[in-house]
Ligand binder design. Structure first.
Ligand code: PLP
Length: 381
């Protein structure tokens, strides 16, 4: 057989051809006017995606680097912080904060359960000395999207800043930084921003920038003051990931041409088709607050989840994701993120159906694809 592969994972994601071919061109030097122009186009263009007038700093790291930068630049040893842990990535905030010697009040939620601004306000009352709240826009491990706007309303009434990991969500679901009052927004290149892994982005509100003035945690590579100074000179303090930045320029043009609102609607339709599809064959979503980035589906009784994902990936070449942590073997996740279209979803659903059938799960073959097709037939423009 020719084993063709299909990437339907929540990062990395497929990349538009225009951006892909940029990686094949000869490298240009970064201390040149040509590169500075491209660099500034990306730094400025990213403000549109972030919904901010503040500087957006570009780091050569995966998304977690910008998460760590947020912690190291804002805080000092022993500072109290609140982290919201509703999954693998919310848990990571706690791990980073503890690694940096902070005093962490961790709110541990069941995966996929909601958490509201009102509940956060209660926590802030309980911990009035908390300097920062660390939250996640799109919790990729559970397929949830949290109400960041309500979190920002809660932190705005206090001295605490709101730091949001929007690594998988930004560009796919709304999170306008300035309008909502998010203090620190973190993004990564390999999700809705549709280029390979390797770039991270971070922007700070004025309230957050003030904290950088008093922060005494050690920092060097991720010292954002150095990035700010360099941005004034249209560059980065250290060698930038030249090719990735050129690729990002290409997909930013693509994102701007389509427009953020249309992209949000695009992700919504793909997600609706996925949700309709899995429900049509009797499966259940994990999340009570499902977002439009990735759909986490519970593996039904009597089916071996690890084997299911393995069959879909290895036999059919369709790279959906499995469950993480305690949901390993209990979930599969179909992403609808980045440069994907209707037929990526149809492909993923049909591969899942075949793998379920191989394990003797009883359902009407083709029903999930049919349900997804009905959504696309109705909504695709
Ligand atoms: C992918 C992801 C990350 C991790 O990013 P890396 O690029 O792997 O460091 C963090 N948070 C969320 C919500 C993610 O989806």
């Amino acid at each position: 057989m020719i084993k063709k592969t299909y990437l339907v994972s929540p990062g990395p994601v497929p990349i538009p051809e225009d951006a892909l071919v940029e990686a094949a061109r000869p490298i240009i030097h970064h201390r040149t006017d040509i590169f500075s122009g491209i660099f500034m186009e990306v730094a400025e263009g990213m403000k549109y995606v972030f919904g901010t007038k503040r500087d957006v700093f570009i780091l050569a790291s995966s998304g977690t680097g910008a998460m760590e930068a947020a912690v190291a630049n804002l805080l000092s040893p022993g500072d109290e912080v609140i982290t919201i842990n509703g999954g693998k990535f919310g848990e990571r905030w706690g791990e980073i904060a503890r690694a940096w010697g902070l005093n962490v009040h961790e709110i541990v939620l069941e995966w996929g359960q909601p958490f509201t601004g009102e509940q956060l306000a209660e926590e802030l009352k309980k911990y009035p000395k908390a300097k920062a709240v660390f939250a996640t826009l799109s919790e990729t491990s559970s397929g949830s999207v949290y109400d960041i706007k309500s979190f920002a309303q809660a932190t705005a009434k206090t001295d605490a800043v709101l730091v949001v990991d929007a690594i998988s969500g930004l560009g796919a679901t709304p999170c306008p930084m300035d309008e909502w009052g998010v203090d620190v927004l973190v993004a990564g290149s390999q999700k809705a921003l549709m280029i390979p892994p390797g770039l991270a982005y971070i922007a700070l509100s004025e309230k957050a920038w003030k904290l950088t003035e008093t922060s005494t945690l050690p920092k060097y590579y991720f010292d954002l003051k150095a990035y700010k100074k360099s941005l004034g000179k249209k560059t980065t303090p250290y060698t930038p990931a030249i090719t990735l930045i050129i690729q990002q320029k290409k997909t930013l043009e693509f994102i701007k041409k389509i427009g953020l609102e249309t992209l949000f609607e695009h992700h919504r339709i793909l997600a609706d088709a996925t949700r309709s599809g899995v429900k049509a064959i009797g499966l259940e979503l994990l999340s009570k607050i499902p977002g439009n980035i990735a759909t986490a589906v519970k593996v039904p009784e009597g089916v071996d989840g690890a084997a299911l994902v393995k069959t879909v990936q290895k036999k059919y070449g369709v790279y959906i994701a499995g469950g993480q942590s305690h949901y390993k073997g209990k979930l599969f996740r179909i992403a609808h993120l980045g440069y994907m279209g209707a037929f990526d979803i149809i492909t993923a659903l049909s591969a899942v159906e075949m793998a379920l059938d191989e394990q003797g799960y009883k359902f009407e073959m083709g029903a999930s694809v049919k349900a997804a097709m009905e959504v696309f037939r109705r909504e695709w423009k």
